[in-house]
Design a protein around this ligand. Structure first.
Ligand code: ADP
Ligand code: MG
Length: 362
């Protein structure tokens, strides 16, 4: 090759190289922050993302969110709700209601709001979900090193006190007869996820993934690098745990950009005694763990409060009645995993060959 030709080729190569480098620099990385706490008796993880380019913020006039501050506020909010809804923390609204011995108690408006929500689901499910389950649920210790069954006479007396119709919520005043108690364990995490989502959006964060002990709430979607518009985001892949598998073994996966995925399963809080499994989802009529051939129920819904309450409710109702109720609710879909390995799902869900679930609410 002649010297001049060689120089031309070299220059051209350099130009291509510098263009590639320039293009590489223009690709902005996405930012994220994540925080974990142990609250509500479980691990909670909040992850916030900023997937947008400078160009997006210039064009929309929006301000880039402060992820650090938004995350800190979200975790503080979780602690605040734990202070209100915990059954075991002294001074929480729930503790004060449970110690009220029939006297009216003034509670935070959000506690009243959540109790009202549980009551409406109790009516809808004819008591399959009962927030006054506490006299029975407190007799079980699923985390004990040496677990034992509750005293049967005590359990029988306890279920006499389980009756949501005796819980009165009038404005912010709550009245519950002596001996009755509330337990928000089947409802609080979903409600909190929704409120944390509201907080993040108020801070300009519109992409986030919350996992409050299996209550997942997703917003926005994800990208590998920063993008110029929300339309370029793709759904988050939410793993659906395989009952009794390791935490990484999946029964399937669901692609969710915006929405809630909540699972109630027999394998989360449970023990085995004399070959029989005892778990934390209780039949309000007997105070005993529900035994209806189900391993888990996963609810897909817009709001996580609905998903949390319904996952527990439909578990108690069982695959048949549960499926029928989920089918009747707009924007709600349900996946039932049965102990025999089979699965049933509502019409808004489809399953591909890999067992992955696609959610298209009607
Ligand atoms: P997790 O707490 O693992 O997310 P769930 O959302 O299904 O699971 O809630 C189970 C919890 O709900 C129990 O630990 C108990 O506190 C409460 N609970 C159990 N049975 C019922 C029921 N029939 N109605 C209302 N709450 C219940
Ligand atoms: Mg629940």
């Amino acid at each position: 090759m002649k010297k001049t030709a060689c120089r031309t080729v070299c220059l051209a190569l350099c130009a291509v190289l510098s263009l590639t480098i320039a293009a590489g620099c223009a690709e902005e990385p996405a930012a994220s922050r994540s925080g974990t706490r142990y609250l509500f008796d479980t691990v909670i993880t909040v992850t916030v993302y900023d997937f947008y380019t400078d160009k997006y913020y210039r064009q929309t006039g929006r301000e880039r969110p402060d992820l650090e501050a938004a995350l800190a506020g979200a975790l503080d909010l979780c602690e605040h709700y734990d202070d209100l809804f915990s059954r075991t923390k002294a001074g929480s609204d729930v503790s004060r209601i449970n110690a009220s011995a029939g006297q009216p108690v003034e509670v935070d408006p959000e506690t009243a709001d959540l109790l009202q929500k549980t009551l409406s689901y109790s009516r809808l499910t004819d008591g399959a979900f009962d927030v006054t389950i506490a006299p029975a649920s407190t007799l079980w210790d699923f985390a004990a090193d040496d677990p034992a069954l509750p005293d049967l006479a005590e359990l029988a007396a306890a279920v006499e006190k389980v009756d949501y119709s005796r819980l009165e919520v009038d404005g912010n005043t709550v009245t519950l007869p002596a001996g009755c108690m509330v337990d928000l364990g089947g409802a609080a995490k979903g409600y909190i996820a929704d409120r944390v989502g509201d907080w993040l959006e108020s801070q300009g964060v519109d992409c986030y993934l919350l996992n409050l002990g299996g209550n997942v709430l997703a917003a926005g979607g994800k990208a590998d690098r920063a993008v110029d518009s929300p339309e370029a985001l793709t759904p988050f892949a939410i793993g659906l745990r395989k009952p009794f598998g390791t935490t990484s073994e999946l029964a399937g996966e669901a692609g969710i950009a915006n929405g809630s995925v909540v699972t109630s399963g027999t394998y989360e809080r449970c023990f085995t005694l004399d070959g029989r499994l005892y778990h934390h989802i209780l039949d309000p009529d007997t105070g005993y763990p529900v035994d209806n051939g189900l391993d888990s129920v996963t609810i897909f819904s817009e709001e996580s409060a609905d998903g949390d309450i319904l996952s527990t409710s439909l578990f108690v109702l069982g695959p048949q009645a549960g499926l029928a109720l989920a089918e009747s609710l707009e924007g709600v879909d349900a996946l039932f995993l049965l102990s025999d390995g089979s699965r049933r799902m509502t019409s808004g869900l489809t399953e591909d060959a890999d067992g992955d679930i696609r959610w298209q609410p009607a």
